[in-house]
Design a protein around this ligand. Structure first.
Ligand code: ZN
Length: 373
């Protein structure tokens, strides 16, 4: 069997085995079984060093050739999946399609990363690259990617996460929106509604303030790629009975940002438009803003184009990924989308050819870099 055929066979075998684990959030037994499986696979590859971390019981694994926290390239994969029906954990192959829960988000890609590390292990000298495998991306990554950056101090020079993907086109995502969830609680003055002039209605007062706050955001229109900050009133609470003036009211806002500096802008707007209110930040995620003309983005795009024979789509994304904590630490990175579809859906699939191309592209990207140094 040729090396190319062996790489393909290994990726397919591993991907099928990984899909077999029901590694959903909270399924500790299956997460631990999946963890043991990848650790065992990697530990059999001679020069690889393994480091295991735990944050609130959630494991992460780093596999590297040199002990480092400043690798030239860190590739991130997550092995947790969203809930699937029982048959989705029994992978199927239909032509070029690998079908099953996590095929495209992102156990197929993790299989490619595992085989990549095995193939890189034969190089001399060994490259200063690593893979990080986490188990909590689907629930925000606090105990995985965020933990590795914020608590363990990982500061790679560049990050790639091949997480999920487009449909029929390869995608390179270089920018992702940041998120800020805020709860604003407004005080009023209770009164019987028959004597409403003696009270102060917290609900209407808060809605007036909210109206002025939202007016500061660019107007929503039907642009397909709406690359501007947005604010969604996602939750509202207030009032206790039909005949009372509400004494308190609160709104929860989902604010999406395209640039890091907009966090300060939002801060100022909140203070200006909600005077006298209690303002709590529930979540704050940094936007990812790797310049599309960053050297490594350009180089990766070229290598991918050679491997696929197609020009990939270099774009921004409205969702968030495990790149966020790295972006917050000033580390550039990209999210690479393979060919596949129905991520999180009942028919989730990944193209087997594209998993092999992912392997080949990363291999060429890593080895070209060494040649040029
Ligand atoms: Zn994912």
């Amino acid at each position: 069997m040729t090396a190319v055929a062996k790489t393909r066979r290994d990726i397919v075998t591993l991907a099928r085995q990984l899909i077999g684990f029901e590694s959903t959030t909270g399924n500790v037994a299956q997460i631990e079984a999946c963890l043991s499986f990848v650790e065992e696979y990697l530990s059999e590859v001679g020069p690889i060093h393994l480091k295991q971390y735990r944050s609130n019981g959630v494991p992460s694994v780093i596999a590297e050739f040199d002990h480092s926290k400043t690798h030239d390239l860190l590739m991130i994969g997550h092995l947790d999946v969203v809930l699937g029906s029982p048959e989705q954990y029994e992978p199927k192959i239909d032509g070029d399609r690998l079908i099953g829960r996590g095929a495209n988000d992102m156990k197929g890609q993790v299989a490619a990363l595992l085989v990549l590390m095995k193939n890189l292990a034969t190089l001399d000298p060994l490259p200063n690259v690593a893979i990080a495998l986490t188990f909590d991306e689907e629930v925000g990554g606090d105990n995985g990617a965020k933990y590795l950056v914020d608590r363990e101090g990982y500061r790679p020079k560049f990050v790639i996460t091949p997480d999920g993907g487009g449909d029929e086109t390869w995608e390179i995502v270089h920018a992702e929106k940041g998120v800020r969830h805020v709860r604003v609680t407004c005080p009023g003055k209770a009164a019987h509604a028959a004597y409403s002039w003696t009270g102060e209605n917290a609900v209407t007062k808060l809605l007036d303030m909210h109206h002025a706050f939202v007016a500061e955001f660019p107007p929503l229109d039907s642009e397909i790629e709406y690359w501007h900050p947005t604010c969604t009133l996602s939750k509202i609470e207030g009032g206790t009975s039909a005949n009372s003036v509400p004494a308190t009211a609160s709104v929860t806002l989902d604010i999406r940002l395209v640039e890091a500096a907009q966090h300060d802008w939002v801060e100022r707007l909140l203070t200006t438009h909600f005077p006298g209110c209690q303002i709590e930040t529930l979540t704050a995620c940094h936007p990812v803003n790797t310049p599309a003309d960053h050297d490594e983005v350009v180089r990766f795009t070229k290598v991918l184009e050679v491997c696929t024979g197609q020009e990939p789509l270099v774009r921004h994304s409205h969702g968030a990924s495990d790149l966020e904590p790295f972006a917050r630490a000033g580390i550039p990175g990209i999210d690479v989308g393979i060919i596949g579809g129905d991520v999180h859906g009942p028919g989730e699939w990944a193209s087997l050819d594209s998993l092999v191309v992912l392997h080949d592209t990363l291999y060429a990207f890593i080895t070209n870099e060494r040649k040029s140094q």
